[in-house]
Design a protein around this ligand. Structure first.
Ligand code: MOS
Length: 732
């Protein structure tokens, strides 16, 4: 068990994000803003069919168009090494390897020109002849090749026997559609070859991974690739993969000998940077009449690209969710001619929770028990998979505090019992077990003669607040003001950091900063001159405040960092800190965050219109590093969850495989009028898996929202919708 820091003053405070002014004034440079004097621009040509081959390409007209520097197709694409697997799985298929087409919108050529307009105009002039094949489409298509993945098969106890002998059983099927990440910031890559070195600004959530992929593909030493992303206009998981367009931008720069920028268009964002796989899930439950869950069987089918290998981990946290003796999960993927799915905020968990928490709600009606009580009775007091204690778990408090705050006690348990004029009113709730993870990370801190500290790590801030919480934590640990800390991240030349993804970065980076700050304090104590009160003292004997190190035993005795530097005739001192895979494995497995969402909906009895009228989200995310940013993170995720529940669906035309709604006019997301007052409350205790007590909360806010709303819709109307999104047609 790790000793966790306590009594913080700066950490937790709801300070404004430190990068706010740069963003508001336009000083923050996003990858699409990058400019060089001799910058050339690339435009993609994408396949107009979903399956088949290219039988001919005529690039003559495009090459003759004004300003055009190059047209790269599979016919003239220089040989490149295969992109390597990353810790998240194999890299996507590189589309210019041969003449095969596996999805609509596949990149088939890249045109490079002096201006973006010239590139786009010339891209339209690339003439492509196709040999069409019948695309394999539709998750239920019996022709679709099926991939079984042993990693998705888990079992504890004997689910078959438990289901056979259960007093009450449940067996229903749920469906969830494809959805897109589509951050407002269009994904962009600006690539420049500087001698033999490749410098790339890219919308990545993981600079070290993108460096590794580009180094491998271009046969370069890792140090000869630099990936920069000081700011990212949203990611939601799209930036966890180095997509083919990133490689194409770097290739275009190499071929033309000019720096090249490639900015995806909005429709290209729908086909080029992944999406949430479509799923069909069968959920079976067994229970006793006295409210004990005896069996959970979660069987998931999800979609994957025809020649790719990403995986929606639909059932990943099902075995952790309840203290149920018999739990089995199954998974298979069907291969379709669709763009390759990737990672979208809370991959697997967001869709898996919808079926599990809807099923629990249905079971509560079958058993005649309050849905919150049913969950409390089957609460997993220890990790039900390992039998070991959680590093922290306040799920029980999430249920209780959330219910109290929401006014759950005012709910009439009977369906269709609450009404406001023509509006049927319903209350629904869902619990969330998220699961924990964090990766190895390094950070360095430099403290200088001007009294400021510089923290450096190759982490990214994807809009979540990494700059701010890193500054707060460093200030706290060194006794500085937040304004005295400069955070340098978003650069693969900095000390290696894991992805900003999987809700794991705050824990990893906090742990590395904690280690670096400890080492820095030791280095400063070593500078204390003989005869000074700090001489020969250990970090345990001192505290820090106001830029000074004090003796705990005698707070009047202390020295300023700047005096220690001056005494040692030094400009600065740097210390590194890291959390290693070994240390993570030897420590307590992180439990991850927990939550409970409570929703009130109003459904127009005649029109089937659903309005979410209020929500309470109770979240256990361990130590909250910044209350304002944490709240914003949950609010944004709940809004995304409302979108997932009521609006979002990527529609693949069943005949052609073309995405029928590839713009924000056609692909619906919530607008302000769709979003009611959202309440967020934080409960819980410091997590024991890391010295800062932190648990990531980037994703958990979306998980559970669909089930809470669907359960409320049932309570309001008596209509159980097991298919997202919950649109009017499904309610009429
Ligand atoms: Mo999130 S899908 O881990 O960026």
């Amino acid at each position: 068990m790790t000793a966790v820091i306590t009594d913080t003053a700066i950490v937790g405070a709801p300070v404004d994000r430190v990068d706010g002014p740069a963003k508001v004034t336009g000083a923050a440079r996003y990858p699409s803003d990058v400019c060089y004097p001799d910058l050339a621009h690339a435009a993609l040509v994408q396949s107009a069919i979903a399956a088949g081959t290219i039988s001919g390409i005529d690039a003559g007209q495009a090459l003759a168009a004004p300003g055009v520097l190059a047209v790269i197709t599979h016919q003239n694409c220089p040989p490149l090494a295969d992109a390597p697997a990353t810790p998240l799985g194999p890299s996507p298929r590189f589309p210019l390897r041969d003449n095969r087409i596996v999805h609509y919108g596949q990149h088939v050529a890249v045109v490079v020109a002096d201006t973006p307009e010239q590139a786009v105009a010339a891209a339209r002039l690339v003439a492509i002849d196709y040999q069409r094949a019948e695309p394999v489409l539709g998750i239920g298509n019996p022709e679709a090749p099926v991939v079984r993945n042993p990693r998705l098969e888990t079992e504890r106890g004997d689910v078959t026997a438990a289901l056979a002998s259960a007093a009450v059983t449940y067996d229903e099927t749920f469906t969830t559609p494809a959805e897109v990440n589509n951050p407002i910031g269009l994904f962009a890559t600006a690539a420049r070859w500087d001698g033999g070195r490749l410098v790339v600004h890219d919308c990545t959530q993981w600079p070290m991974m993108t460096r590794h992929v580009l180094a491998t593909v271009f046969g370069l030493p890792e140090d000869d690739v630099r990936v920069l992303v000081p700011y990212l206009g949203g990611g939601f998981g799209a930036g966890l993969i180095t997509w083919p367009h990133v490689i194409l931008a770097a290739l275009a720069a190499r071929v033309t000998g000019r720096p090249v920028k490639l900015v995806l268009t909005r429709p290209q964002m729908f086909t080029s940077v992944g999406h949430r796989a479509q799923t069909v899930q069968r959920l079976r439950l067994g229970a006793t009449r006295d409210f004990t869950l005896t069996a959970i069987d979660h069987d998931a089918t999800s979609t994957v690209g025809a020649q790719d290998a990403t995986m929606e981990p639909v059932t990943a946290v099902t075995p952790l969710s309840y203290a149920c003796a018999n739990v089995a999960t199954h998974g298979r993927q069907v291969r379709l001619n669709v763009p390759n799915p990737g990672w979208l905020r809370a991959p697997g968990k967001a869709v898996g929770n919808f079926s599990l928490e809807s099923a629990l709600d249905e079971l509560s009606y079958a058993l005649g028990i309050d849905p919150v009580d049913l969950r409390l009775r089957n609460h997993a007091d220890v990790n039900p998979q390992s039998g070991r204690p959680w590093s922290s778990n306040a799920l029980r408090e999430c249920y209780l505090a959330g219910a109290k705050h929401f006014g759950w006690a005012g709910r009439d348990p009977a369906v269709r019992s609450m009404r406001d004029g023509q509006w049927l009113v319903g209350y629904g709730m869902a619990g969330v077990t998220f699961g924990g993870f964090y990766g190895p990370c390094r950070a360095s801190i430099t403290l200088s003669r001007d009294g400021t500290a510089r923290v450096r790590s190759a982490a990214t801030d994807i809009g979540t607040g990494t700059y701010t919480v890193a500054a707060q934590l460093t200030a706290e640990l060194l006794g500085l003001r937040t304004s005295q800390v400069v955070v340098e991240i978003g650069d693969s030349d900095l000390p290696p950091a894991p992805q900003s993804g999987g809700s794991g970065l705050a824990t990893a980076l906090s742990t590395a900063i904690h280690a670096a700050a400890g080492n820095l304090l030791r280095a400063f104590l070593d500078l204390a001159p003989g005869g000074s009160p700090l001489h020969g003292r250990s970090p345990d004997e001192v505290s820090v405040a106001d830029g000074c190190i004090h003796l705990i035993a005698d707070p009047s005795a202390g020295l300023a960092y700047t005096d220690l530097l001056a005494g040692g005739d030094l400009d600065e001192v740097t210390a590194d800190g890291e959390v290693t895979p070994q240390a993570i494995a030897a420590g307590m497995p992180p439990a991850g965050a927990f939550a409970a969402h409570f929703a009130e909906v109003r459904v127009d009895e005649d029109l089937g219109l659903v309005r979410v009228t209020r929500m309470t989200s109770a979240v256990d995310a361990g130590r909250i590093l910044n209350e304002k940013l944490a709240r914003s993170q949950i609010l944004g995720a709940v809004v995304m969850g409302i979108g997932m529940t009521l609006f979002e669906e990527t529609v693949f035309d069943p005949a052609t495989g073309r995405i029928a709604n590839p713009t924000f006019a056609d692909y619906l997301i919530p607008v302000s009028a769709d979003i009611p007052d959202l309440d967020v409350i934080f409960v819980g205790e410091l997590d024991r898996s890391n010295p800062v007590g932190v648990k990531g909360l980037g994703e958990i806010g979306i998980v559970g929202v669909p089930a809470a709303i669907a359960n409320a819709v049932y309570h309001a109307t008596g209509r159980r919708i097991r298919s997202l999104p919950i649109t009017i047609d499904k309610l009429l």
